[in-house]
Design a protein around this ligand. Sequence first.
Ligand code: NI
Length: 175
Amino acid sequence: MAPRTILEYPDPKLRLPSEPVTVFDDDLARLVDDLLDTVRAHRALALSAPQIDDRRQVAVIDAGDGEGHRVYINPDILRKHGAFGFVQESCLSLPGVSGNVIRDTRIRVRAQDRDGTPFERELVGMEAVCLQHEKDHFAGRLFIDGFSFLRRWQIDAKFRGRAKAAAARPGVPTA
Ligand code: NI
C-alpha cells in the first residue's frame, strides 16, 4: 500500500483500453488501496487505475460530501438527465494543463464496490464530471482530445519537450 507513480502524457499506455474487473481478490484490494493512497497524496478529486499503469476499470472519486473518495468499479452510466455544463477540467496525467469540456452534470450510475457489491447512485456536478472523465481513461481517451488542433499541438510540444529533457539528463530514470 503506497502512492504509485502516475503515467504522464504522452505515455502511449494512457491510450490502451481497460478491462472490466471480474475477480474481486486481494490483488484488486491492493489496487484500490494504492489508488486511494495516490489520489490523497496528490490532494486530487479523482484518479483511475490506468493512470497508475493497471488496465482494470477502477476509479476513485471524491464527491466533496465529507465521505472521502468513493470507489467505482466497472461503472456504467444508466441515465443522463439532460443537464449539461461547460466545466474546467484537469488531469494528474497532464500536470499544468486545464481546459473546458462539455459534460453531463447529472447522471445515474451503476457500479460495484471493492467487494463486488453492485450499487446505483445519482451523481451531480463535479462528481458526475469526474465519473465521465475517469470512464474516458478506461477507453484511452483524455480530456484534451476535444481541444482545437492548435491547443493540442501546443500541449504536445510542451510534454514531448519535457520527456526529451528528462531522457537527456544522465542518471535520471525516465520510466
Ligand atoms: Ni484524468
